[in-house]
Ligand binder design. Sequence first.
Ligand SMILES: [Zn+2]
Ligand SMILES: [Zn+2]
Length: 89
Amino acid sequence: MDTKGKENKTIDEKGQENRQEKKTKIKKERCHFCNKKLKMINFTCRCNHKFCINHQSPHSHNCTYDFKKEKQNEIKKNNPIIQTKVQKI
Ligand SMILES: [Zn+2]
Ligand SMILES: [Zn+2]
């Protein structure tokens, strides 16, 4: 009485764990001044830093950009009339 059957267990080990760790570093931009997270609305100042609504103006974040020079150039560009106005008879 042979009831002993050879059981050849063929186990397919599907132990393949494909863990794709995507290194997606999402740069969460923060306000350069208060470090607050910026969402959709953010402002890039002329000093190349991003700021929140509260610190968008140069005065509010102690901007290092030389606005005096910029202003002088803008005045010259935008108002060339002033210079020629003097020559008007
Ligand atoms: Zn801010
Ligand atoms: Zn600035």
